[in-house]
Design a protein around this ligand. Structure first.
Ligand code: CUA
Length: 354
């Protein structure tokens, strides 16, 4: 019989139950956290849904297959040697016979790795050029992506749209291929644009323009992340690509091209325009013309806030404005000193910006 407060396994190992219970609870909690995170985690590169991602995924499978074969051979031979030639009771303790210089073996372990590296280099070069040299069709949608610490700006120069953190693009199909051409720039430091299910990572570098393209084949929301360490909030520099049917995309474009809602000078609008927020944010058709932060003209048309997985609700918006450093410590938006009543009016105005 185990002592009270102890739990004993069949092999007669006993643990204090409270310690055991604590471990189980911790394990469950940890598992829960992992499960919750997988909802928002970076998408799977092995489930590509656009041509560039597909090419990258095929190359990754080839690379993994080659590396796994090498691992299996080396580990297998090692395990065999350890088991077959390990020390046994009664073996002599003297030094085993030493073998020096075998031309065959040396040629084999020089030539084979060279061949492997050659195959990997050539297949990588083939995929890289297949993606980079692709002719961008004339009817491609052009988007300029600008990386900021720590959010994404998306500009559609031909459509005169500016938005943030959520990139809307039309879906592509065999019958009707729709390519989106992305021009990548940075406003400050190096970032990396990465939506794993759509394409490989591309660096976003200050004073340099990089290009990439995507042709998403399925409707839906694709999660992405900044893939280059860019400072304190690098991990909270998320992005979404929202892939829509031609009709829905056209509707989105039409809505984005509208000037801001509530053109009349209401008390709520007045509260916003009197705040220091307008130094950093733009609301088209008003005197808010700041360029440092995201364009707010159609703020409520976005699903999330602060380039994070925070639902864009009036309540979250209020918390975000009240204390931006609480939600996303280190971000460039300062808390503005305003009364609660003023904050309510400002939030009411912003929440009306559909
Ligand atoms: Cu931007 Cu990391």
């Amino acid at each position: 019989m185990p002592k009270p407060g102890y739990f004993c396994s069949v092999r007669k190992r006993c643990f204090r139950t409270n310690r055991l219970l604590r471990s189980v609870v911790l394990l469950l909690l940890f598992g829960g956290v992992l499960a919750a995170q997988s909802l928002h985690s970076v998408g799977n590169i092995f489930k590509p849904l656009a041509t560039p991602a597909e090419l990258v995924s095929e190359l990754s499978i080839l690379t993994i297959a080659i590396c796994a074969t090498i691992f299996a051979i080396v580990a297998g031979l090692m395990a065999y040697a350890v088991i077959r030639f390990g020390y046994r009771e009664g073996d002599s303790r003297s030094e085993p016979p030493q073998v020096y210089g075998s031309n065959q073996v040396e040629i084999a372990w020089t030539v084979i790795p060279i061949l492997i590296v050659f195959v990997l280099t050539m297949s990588t070069a083939r995929v890289t050029s297949a993606i980079q040299d692709r002719q961008i069709p004339k009817d491609a949608l052009n988007v300029t992506v600008i990386g900021h610490q720590w959010w994404w700006e998306f500009r559609y120069p031909d459509l005169k749209i500016v938005t943030a953190n959520e990139l809307h693009v039309p879906v592509s199909s065999m019958a009707q291929p729709r390519v989106t051409s992305l021009t990548l720039r940075s406003a400050d430091v190096a970032h990396g644009f990465w939506v794993p299910q759509l394409a490989g990572k591309t660096d976003v570098i200050p004073n340099r323009t990089n290009k990439m393209w995507i042709d998403p084949r399925e409707l839906g929301t694709y999660l992405g992340n900044c893939s280059e360490f860019c400072g304190m909030e690098h991990a909270r520099m998320e992005l979404r690509v929202i892939v829509e049917s031609d009709e829905d995309f056209a509707k989105w474009v039409a809505r984005q091209q509208q000037p801001a809602a509530t053109p009349e000078l209401t008390e709520n609008r007045q509260a916003f325009l009197a705040s220091p927020c307008i130094a950093c944010h733009t609301v088209s058709g008003t005197r808010a013309l700041g360029k440092m932060g995201p364009d707010l003209t159609h703020l409520m048309g976005r699903q999330t806030l602060a380039a994070m997985e925070v639902p864009n609700t009036a309540e979250n918006l209020r918390d975000w404005i009240k204390d931006p450093q609480k939600l996303k410590p280190g971000n460039k938006m300062p808390a503005v000193k305003i009364s609660d009543a003023q904050l309510d009016r400002m939030v009411a105005y912003l929440a009306s910006l559909q």
